[in-house]
Design a protein around this ligand. Sequence first.
Ligand code: CA
Length: 237
Amino acid sequence: MSNLLIIEDDDLLRDGLCAQLRQAQHSVCTAPDGAIAQALLESQRFDAVVLDLGLPKISGLDVLRWIRQRLPALPVLILTARDGIDDRVAGLTAGADDYLTKPFNMAELQARLLALLRRARLPAFGGSLEIASSQQSLLRVDANLPQAWLGDERLELTQREWSLLSLLVSHASQVVSREDVLICWQGDPEDGANLASNALEVYIHRLRRKLEGSGLNIRNVRGLGYLLENTPANSSF
Ligand code: CA
């Protein structure tokens, strides 16, 4: 089951999409405009977004740019008008992962969403995850190999530290739960044994030490999980 967010101002279409995707066993939230979508994206973790480009108040393209800045790894499928070639190009340029033109076929939308979700879960997908501040890369995590860079300096990471850091970076400014981490670690060959109850804390502690001095910090959100945050003023996320 995936957590999906549908951002669409057309009530009928939004309700229809929501019902169909719930029937396909997804957990679905909806937003009729960009402002509500942004509030949801700031407070919850989603696995993928379906975004209509023709939105009131904040345009779909602006919502997309906002998502790309804050949640670079979040898959976004855009919906555009049939004749909106310029829209599609602008959407893909702004970082959409895929698009469908209206009217679309529900089965095709589901298939495309599943493909996006699958791709996003593959460790080999994408080159790297990055947190940048005023055009400077603060932290870059390789999507394929267990390595990361803090500025120009390479961090020494174990496989497990790397997958934890990747998860935190891909959900920067969102809380990652203990369950999320354990799911991410499933099948991880490192030390193979069951995870002791305090093991996650140990890994968090190690990562904190490696991030020391960078302005990035992993905050414990009591009862919820962990949040990677950029502590200096005017951070970009
Ligand atoms: Ca619309």
